[in-house]
Design a protein around this ligand. Structure first.
Ligand SMILES: [Zn+2]
Ligand SMILES: [Zn+2]
Length: 329
């Protein structure tokens, strides 16, 4: 099968021919029809996340059809459409797994990082961590739901009571969360890089009350905010826009250093917290809500072989909405 694989940190992905993944017990083999590109893929490729699987195939927003199931798989059969997310496997035994916090597992596996992912024609996955996809979505539309949607949803749950919600970094996750928030009658304030007119336009189209540059103050203080951009200096900016008692959620897996800041930005019972990975429960909830809203991901499709060009555009901030790789038929 054809795949795009990690070579070394900072280098472009390499186009490789690989044998089909061997089917381990409890696993499914999926013919990939779409795989979303996530900011985390860039962190893997750029060497910002430690110890990736050597020569790993990135990609953790996989949509495809099952072509083989191994013994012990329940709930799926050949031909079913499934989604495979970032959370690839957990130990099931550590204190976090046993307390409903499998997203914090001490011995986790992650798709497209410690396990081969979906920048390929085929991928294997532990069936217990894969999901049926609502029929309302095309393969390409469904792909960003698997991470931008799921992690976005988990981040949003921390601020779903906020009347005025700020979102910093208006990319794939933000454009999904904005739809969720508007559906729940929250006022959305979208913050982008200065001058990013396409992202600001998309935010307004999706129902944002206001869209502007991250350095700008919103017209009214925010009750909650989420930062999706991996940019530490956004933290004091977002805190300065937050009302007393407000919560700031950091939704990315990696962030540049957070600068020193005066305590008064945090004073007044403002809260900063991160959100790490996802649980299968998050996925079950989100995949039920998404078609009800209905959340409509805006996708730009690229041929799988053009993964490096698509990643370069994401790095340069030239993509609006979500990018999705599609293997050639
Ligand atoms: Zn992701
Ligand atoms: Zn565990």
């Amino acid at each position: 099968m054809m795949a795009m694989a990690f070579d070394r940190a900072g280098a472009p992905l390499q186009r490789v021919e690989r044998a089909l993944p061997t089917l381990r017990p409890g696993h499914i083999l999926v013919r990939v029809s779409a795989c979303g590109i996530c900011r985390t893929d860039l962190h893997v490729i750029d060497g910002e996340l430690p110890h990736p699987k050597p020569h790993v195939i990135p990609g953790h927003e996989i949509i495809g059809r099952i072509v083989a199931v191994s013994a012990g798989v329940r709930g799926f059969k050949t031909g079913d459409r499934v989604g495979v997310p970032w959370l690839g496997a957990t130990c099931g035994r550590c204190e976090f797994c046993r307390s409903g916090q499998e997203n914090l597992c001490n011995r986790p596996h992650f798709t497209g990082y410690t396990l081969d992912g979906g920048y390929a024609e085929y991928a294997s996955a532990d069936a217990d961590y894969a999901f049926a996809i609502p029929p309302q979505y095309s393969d390409a539309e469904a792909a960003p739901l698997m991470c931008a949607g799921l992690i976005g949803y988990r981040a949003w749950k921390q601020v779903n009571e906020a009347r005025r919600l700020g979102i910093y970094g208006f990319g794939a996750a933000a454009h999904i969360v904005a739809q969720l928030a508007v559906y729940h009658d929250q006022e959305v304030y979208a913050f982008t890089r200065a001058g990013d007119a396409p992202a600001q336009r998309l935010a307004r189209q999706l129902g944002a009350r206001w869209a502007g540059a991250s350095e700008e103050k919103p017209p009214k203080p925010l009750d909650g905010a989420i930062i999706f951009a991996p940019v530490g200096p956004l933290v004091p900016l977002a805190l300065a826009a937050l009302a007393k008692g407000g919560t700031l959620v950091l939704g990315g897996i990696h962030m540049t250093e957070i600068p020193a800041m005066p305590y008064e930005l945090l004073w007044g019972e403002r809260v900063i917290r991160s959100v790490a990975n996802l649980t299968r429960q998050d996925a079950k909830e989100f995949l039920k809500i998404a078609p009800r809203v209905p959340i409509r991901p805006q996708v730009a499709m690229f041929d799988l072989a053009d993964a490096n060009a698509a990643l370069d555009r994401l790095r340069a901030g030239e993509l609006t909405g979500a990018a999705v790789l599609v293997p050639q038929a």
